[in-house]
Design a protein around this ligand. Sequence first.
Ligand code: HEC
Length: 498
Amino acid sequence: MNDSMFSLLWTFVWLCSMGFLVLSCGDPIINNNTSGNRNNQANANQNTTATTNNNNTSGNRNNQANANQNANQNVNNSNTNSNTNSNTNGNSNSNTNGTSKTTYHKDVRAILVKSCEGCHYKDGVGPFPLTTYQETKAFSSLIKKAVQSRIMPPYPADSNCQEYRHNPSLSQKEIDTISRWVDEGNVEGSPADYKKPDNLARNIGLSRVDMTLTMPTAYTPAVKDGNGKPITDDYRCFVIPWTKKEDVYVSGFQIKAGNAALVHHVIAYVSSSKNAEKFKELDRKEAGPGYRCFGGPRGSAQWLGVWAPGKPGGDYPKGTGILVRPGSVVIIQMHYNTLQKKTGPDQTSVQLKIDKKVERQAFFAPIASTGWKIPKGMKNYKHNKVMKNPAPVPLTIHSVMFHMHLLGTSGGLTLHKADGSKTCLLNIPKWDFDWQFAYDLKKPILALPTDKIGIQCVWDNSAENQAVVNGKRLKPRDVTWGDGSTDEMCLGVLYVTP
Ligand code: HEC
């Protein structure tokens, strides 16, 4: 990319951070979640017998099951082929031959590696690892239930809209294989029979960790604001100087949460060297580690990576990365929630994959639509907006994320071409706050400056759909854009290259 293009893009990023193009590009992708949903996950983490969601007060969990059912049904139609090819190879031999039983190594392991291990590994977001025979056997009846009901693997995107890489959804045949294995008594079989799946459904974390940025000291999230008023959400930014002496590209991102039960989201930003001092100053001016940063890092900085509930870390699309120049600082924005858990010290790390060169420099481009008001009590409030493409140059869209809060029920993003045709980028038929993935497009899509981007958000603001806080369901109220748990957002984030 030549220099003038580069500066155009920086203008884009800058405008963005000044709030001209979208209300708030630095808005956290995840916000205060008072539903107790996230807590289920934390509970599950501790309670590896994983009975279904003891503590769920939100009612969202049910939605989740439905969400996954619907989404997966769609997914299944279009994916049966690839799944069958890659994962059930061994099956037909073994199962038509009535004498041999379904075994872990021959039939089940490859399915788990493809569709489950990306989250269910030792430090993964899944509550227990499913990486060995013993681990899998221990949870086998739960596994059968979870796959038959299509609660697992979670996958809210509609794949009739687009095809995405790393789609973990199971074909009916794979579900049947797992169920049969459980019914036949969890036979282990011989490791020699294992055939590695052709492509993994998910990156299991980063393919390489080249740099680890850790919060300088542990921080204990505040439970009172500056005026002594109790708070349950603490947004804190930590500034870490960038030590590399030459231009490099961040080509993958993951989080190691210090105190996972308290961490609701993490966004890492990178500033230019010009702005670095401003962030250091914010840090210096405030007592204790870091500084308060509700809503954004309080200055102009670009997204480097984001971690949200349910989102395992991983490599960015191949050949792409985010440029970081010498003299920058990285700002790690932590959103802590202490609603269900007592506060305690956290020292989270960001792990990065770094390349000296990439084929294409990438940017996160937030697409936000604001200015709506969801009337209290309204069950099915739709907001649709078609916006000008803010970029002055053609952009290739590689990956799509979408974000609403707890009242969201469905939504998505569409590219409107100048010739009037439309391309669906992402459709989430049943929104679920717990599963917010980055969807990598199988075929990246070109967006021209003359194209427009449409965003749709649908919310349910009826009395029955309100978040439950401390065991009490909140009363409906008119809801607008905001960072608070009971505010809403209508936000898409595109990972693009010029
Ligand atoms: C995107 C990450 C992710 C993937 C992929 C995934 N899981 Fe999970 N799984 C989780 C999380 C997080 C939980 C705990 C929260 C919950 O139950 O919603 C969970 C919970 C479970 C449970 C406990 C369910 C219960 O009833 O409490 C089982 C069993 C399970 N997963 C099996 C699987 C299997 C089998 C696969 C693959 C076919 C899979 N998971 C794929 C993240 C994942």
